[in-house]
Design a protein around this ligand. Structure first.
Ligand code: NAP
Length: 339
């Protein structure tokens, strides 16, 4: 069978297609015939050696997010059966409850081999069943981007109908955030560098849009337009470069879900005082657990929400999918069809 592995390249690491022996499931494991994989910004960070789970980079099978069909099960497996459609969970062993540092030891496409392979072996506790209404390509979008947005807004943020939600940019996490927030009755604000993307965001239900290139002081616009009430939730995917603005745009008693590093890893140049003065909750978010993913999938089934897929690349052309994600021309998710 064929799989991609990360190997040294001029730019750091890059996915290389290899022919390898098909794996067999051991006790408590399942063998999945992977049908589709989606890429995340974290897959670019892995290539640059900058992900939190880069430890085992050289030779690692990349990509945390994939879906397919169970084609064999090892001894003692009870949660799933041959023929079930499943997706891998980002953290194979984080089933529920609080995060524990030992979960970092099995993060797909990072410290553990990922999904960009025709077949993968996963622990049975590290898969979630795919709802009938989702295609393989759609299912492959949920384990990281979808769950991160859900976990941030619902599980840690306790989003309520009528809350004001701010999303930064139109990548995978933010577009899931937009869809989830609107489906839950929130009022959504979203920024982008592109007016064309903002138009697509409005078509998905965004109530207010701001071009962050044309309006670099967008936090002031938000503060004034909301008559100094601000945002109840900020899905903070920008990191150091946008956090000071997010702190200036957040409502009293609001919530900032600190998720991303799109502006880099430097420390923010800002006073943290607004967090105190406004009684703000600042939550560090790292994806989420399987039980939250299952709650998200139940909600998706009930609300008929479909992920926004920008482009699907063939398996043989996976490196072009990486280049496309890196170009930031996408809106929503970039997917690779595996088989
Ligand atoms: N902690 C976690 O659990 C977790 C999980 C998932 C992702 N993340 C992190 O969250 C971030 C987003 O991930 P993703 O996979 O959704 O990324 P993505 O799909 O690659 O998103 C890229 C988009 O982000 C927007 N962007 C870039 N710089 C921006 C800025 N300064 N201000 C506002 N928007 C900006 C751009 O949108 P426009 O083209 O519209 O301008 C760009 O197209 C990454 O840093 C990733 O590492 C963290």
């Amino acid at each position: 069978m064929r799989q991609y592995q990360l190997h040294s390249a001029d730019s750091g690491l890059a996915p290389e297609l290899k022919e390898v022996e098909a794996p067999q499931p051991g006790p408590g494991e399942v063998l999945v015939n992977v049908k589709a994989v989606s890429l995340n910004y974290r897959d670019l960070l892995m290539c640059q050696g900058q992900s939190a789970s880069s430890a085992k980079a050289g030779g690692t099978v990349p990509a945390s997010d994939g879906a397919g069909e169970v084609i064999a099960v090892g001894e003692g497996v009870t949660r799933v059966a041959v023929g079930d459609r499943v997706m891998g969970c980002f953290f194979s062993h984080w089933v529920d409850g609080r995060f524990d540092l030992r979960y970092h030891e099995a993060a797909l496409g990072g410290s553990a081999n990922g999904m960009l392979s025709e077949m993968v072996v996963l622990p049975e506790e590290g898969v979630a069943k795919v709802p009938d209404g989702l295609s393989d390509e759609e299912a492959a979008c949920f384990p990281c981007a979808g769950l991160t947005a859900w976990y941030a807004l619902l599980e840690r943020g306790d989003l309520q109908a009528g809350d004001r939600v701010l999303l930064l940019g139109t990548g995978g996490v933010s577009i899931f955030g937009l869809q989830i927030a609107k489906a839950k009755g929130a009022e959504v604000w979203i920024t982008s560098s592109s007016d064309a993307k903002l138009e697509r965001a409005r078509a998905l239900g965004a109530d207010h849009t701001i071009n962050y290139r044309a309006t670099p002081d967008w936090e002031k616009t938000i503060w004034e337009t909301t008559e100094k009430r601000g945002m109840d939730h900020v899905v903070e995917v920008g990191g150091a470069g946008t956090l000071p603005k997010s702190m200036a745009a957040v409502a009293a008693g609001g919530h900032i879900a600190l998720i991303g590093v799109l502006t880099g890893f430097d420390p923010p140049e800002a006073t943290l005082f607004p967090l105190i003065a406004r009684n703000v909750r600042l939550n560090g978010i790292y994806v989420g657990h399987r039980t939250a993913l299952e709650r998200l999938l139940a909600f998706v089934e009930e609300s008929s929400m479909q992920p926004v897929i920008d482009r699907i690349f063939p398996f043989e052309d996976a490196p072009s999918a990486y280049d496309y994600l890196n170009s930031a021309k996408h809106f929503g998710k970039v997917v690779i069809a595996v088989s």
